[in-house]
Design a protein around this ligand. Sequence first.
Ligand code: FAD
Length: 462
Amino acid sequence: MNHNVVILGSGPAGMSAAKALVAQGIHPTVIDENGKSGGQIYRQQPDNFTRTKKQLYGFDAKEAEQTLDEWQAIQPHVTYLPHHLVWNAAGNTLYLFDQQRPKYKELHWDSLIIANGATDRILPFSGWTLPGIYTLGAAQIALKNQGCVIGSEIVLAGNGPLLYLLAWQYLKAGANLKAILDYSGFMDQCKATTKLLHAPKVVYKGVYFLTELKRAGVKIVYNARLDSANGDKKVTGIHWHKEGESKASHYIECDSIAFGYGLRSETQIPDLLGCEFYYHEQYRDWLPKLDNQQTTVPGLYLAGDGSGIAGVYAAKLSGEKAANQILSSLNLPVSEHASSAIDKRLGHYTTFSYGLTKAFPFPTTWAANVSDDTVICRCENVTAGDIRATVHNKGAEEMNQLKAHCRSGMGRCQGRVCSTAIHELLAYETNKPIDAVGRIRSQSPLKPIPIIVEEELADEHH
Ligand SMILES: Cc1cc2nc3c(=O)[nH]c(=O)nc-3n(C[C@H](O)[C@H](O)[C@H](O)COP(=O)(O)OP(=O)(O)OC[C@H]3O[C@@H](n4cnc5c(N)ncnc54)[C@H](O)[C@@H]3O)c2cc1C
């Protein structure tokens, strides 16, 4: 069949989509900037590392092994492009950078499933750019990929499931955890139980992690607020307070901190391709409009964390669902029974994900309290004070207007790290509803690309 089906991302969502397509005789092309498949949860270690699946994935070892084995089994029927970064997209073309050769390429698609996952959601505090301070996701990547932890006296902070998962993984790896500073209240987590129980296995794991951390004597503080990191060349401690106390009431000496407030979907590629977006109240984020994983752009589908943060099981199901939509569009058979079973299970995981947003609520008071000296956009060194001044002195009241005035979100990360914080601060300072200040327009290159690519690009056009 002369119909190019392309999948962007070989995490759980992308692998599941590929499996469903191959089962019906489609030969998809799967792209990933990583050298190995697995995405975040099933991230694989480098070739010369020898940790077992149990050591790498803990409770998820069996499922990781099965998913990666199934992926291996379909390789003869897939064109897999690892080490390929998608740095731009327009019309029916993806612009790739092959990091190994290195070479610039273009890839045409007739149907495209974007399954490119999520990144940490960051709300900065004063001093957070000091060496020794990481996101929770980065701290986990250090462990999963390189088998190392981020320091010898570690504070983990923020909220979300990754906070406790990482704490448990670090504990098992023998790390010295000085404290877990949880933004949420213990009651938030209890009150969300009914919704969370739509994914009982995941709840059980969470309770187990908490019990083990408490048994090991790890200090866990609820309702904790980060004030400022101390340090000159490197972080040496963190000032914090509990909700209701005055700022910097407490101090913990440490040589490393990992923090984050849940995850945010990667949506820049659907944005470049012209998808319509809407503001999702529960996820507190702008997301592409979807109808059965199909975006408003014909032939373009989303799956996994990139379509809303609902975890690995939802990622696999939505990958399969997106693949089924493509099969239907090509008049290939899709079992109705299987489709309705997928919808039913996806419904449970969506309810579960809404439970997570209650258990680990978004820090809505952050914007009111962030100090003027706090760097918000680290690529362009724009502080909270700069943003406040731009709003009040120049009248900026929309994300792109603000960006044009003070360069917030204009740097290498293209807003991936800072846009949540800029968005919150702008809405607060303009006294507008959170969905009334717009969102940063995506620009290529989505991630930094070496100058060689630009030279090659220039050669191709002259
Ligand atoms: C840092 C981090 C760690 C996490 N750890 C866990 C965990 O241990 N346990 C858990 O249950 N959940 C974890 N999660 C949540 C996790 O993302 C989901 O459970 C699951 O992995 C989502 O699957 P996915 O296929 O949607 O996305 P992912 O697994 O994130 O896969 C997306 C893939 O797309 C690729 N990609 C992204 N952008 C591009 C691009 N521009 N060009 C080329 N390739 C690209 C990535 O390299 C990646 O392989 C983590 C999330 C993050 C951000």
